[in-house]
Design a binder for this molecule. Structure first.
Ligand code: ATP
Ligand code: MG
Length: 414
């Protein structure tokens, strides 16, 4: 009989299997508490691909709405708005998305529906302005739009913090925005400028119960500062890292446990198998989920053994194959056309994502000097590797996960 596989390599982790992040959650909950009490606090969550940014945001969303109790402050009751940015999201789309989300959440009360349609009336008007804003990138139009938006948002927030009679079901602690994949933001969106102006205007309108939680790859930080120099200072920054050994095992145990709840046939996993998954994942949550998923899938006798874990990790169509397809192979095989450039990456990957001297690479590289120099320039330009600004002639791979994949797998799929 086929079992339902409880591991989730392709989506944010269900709250029951969520591991670690205590310090981050502690900090974020403090922010919710501050915001609830009229001291808006904003957060920037950054980290490598698949490190668990969206999962952390999803968990925090449940804490914000009161579906999960916070660790220290009991239940919160915020209105939450989830936005995922793409490179096509412009200011108009962003504002429309927010307005739609708010109406959906609060518009169930008749009187509030009327209030919302009056307060957000400008959104109807901008429908006609779309194209002119897109083309002309007219600064004053953008400022007017941000001004209207901030005013409507603050009015809406005030209405739910102190609800009128018959609107008690809309009573909230404030509003939390979860803006994910913000590294996708196009220069047109001027994301840093947007946050800077909106937060200032909200303050001017005495609206202090709104929290922005913005997540993305590390390059988001640069994007924000290009768009507005001081926008970074609006945020408390959280850098998400690998899970500890104990946390990795917790994820595996919780997964097996939840599998046993939904499947009639039970599954166990040996300590040695857990160690294999924990070690080869190096604490990357998406690796843990994928190795566990593949081991669960590979097992045929209800006992996941060390051998199941190893075989399912390395076989064709196994865990590493899947991880590579999802995250790295397009980088490695499509974006990098030359075998020599790939060789440079493989040499660098031996040191994971630590700095490596050009002379060390040269000692192992089979091509000539000029090719090596060209490769380093091209790979740096494409942000696949980083150049050390404080030490001349040192480079490193941008992502540890990518380094790990190249090391284990990059040479196999020639
Ligand atoms: N705290 C956690 N506990 C257990 N599993 C986790 C945790 N965080 C993330 N995962 C798992 O790791 C994988 C990647 O998580 P997630 O999508 O949250 O990462 P991300 O940083 O948002 O990735 P991306 O950069 O691709 O958007 C998913 O399979 C998810 O289930
Ligand atoms: Mg994500």
């Amino acid at each position: 009989m086929t079992k339902i596989n409880p591991f989730k390599p392709n989506s944010p982790v269900p709250t029951g299997m969520f591991a670690g992040r205590y310090d981050e959650l502690d900090e974020l909950e403090k922010g919710l508490f501050q915001t609830k009490n009229g001291h808006s606090t904003h957060y920037l969550i950054t980290g490598e691909r698949g490190i668990g940014k969206s999962s952390l945001m999803m968990y925090l969303k449940f804490v914000s709405t009161g579906d999960i109790d916070s660790i220290k402050y009991g239940k919160f009751n915020f209105l939450t708005i989830n936005i995922v940015l793409s490179d096509r999201t412009d200011l108009v789309t962003l504002i429309k998305l927010i307005e739609k989300n708010i109406s959906r959440e609060l518009g169930k009360v008749e009187k509030v529906r009327k209030f919302l349609s009056d307060t957000w009336e400008f959104v109807q008007r901008i429908k006609v302005m779309d194209s002119s804003i897109d083309k002309a990138q007219n600064d004053s139009d953008v400022d007017l739009l941000i001004d209207d938006f901030s005013y409507s948002l603050s009015e809406t927030c005030k209405r739910i913090i102190v609800p009128k009679k018959d609107e008690e079901q809309n009573a909230r602690d404030g509003i939390v925005f979860f803006i994910d994949e913000a590294d996708n933001a196009s220069p047109n969106l001027r994301i840093g400028y947007f946050f800077k102006v909106v937060t200032e205007l909200l303050q001017q309108h005495s609206c202090n119960n709104i929290m922005f939680v913005v997540a993305g790859l590390p390059e988001l930080i640069e994007k924000l500062s290009i768009s507005h120099e001081s926008s970074i200072r609006l945020f408390n920054q959280l850098l998400i890292k690998e899970l500890s050994t104990l946390e990795r095992e917790y994820v595996i145990d919780k997964g097996i446990e939840s599998g046993n709840k939904i499947n009639q046939e039970k599954t166990t996993i040996s300590g040695a198998a857990k160690t294999v998954i924990s070690n080869i994942s190096e604490g990357y949550p998406h690796f843990i989920q994928q190795f566990s998923y593949s081991a669960f899938d590979h097992d045929s006798d209800g006992e996941i053994s060390e051998d199941d874990a190893i075989q399912s990790a390395f076989k064709t169509g196994g865990a590493l194959d899947a991880i590579g397809d999802r995250y790295y192979s397009s980088y490695f095989y499509e974006k990098i056309k030359s075998d020599e450039y790939r060789q440079v990456l493989s040499i660098m990957a031996e040191k994971m994502n630590s700095w490596i001297k050009k002379s060390e690479i040269r000692a192992k590289f089979t091509g000539d000097d000029k090719t090596l120099s060209n490769a380093l320039v091209a790979l740096t330009k494409r942000k696949i590797i980083l150049k050390n600004h404080s030490r001349i002639g040192e480079y490193r791979l941008q992502q540890r996960g990518f380094a790990f994949w190249i090391k284990l797998f990059g040479n196999r799929k020639k």
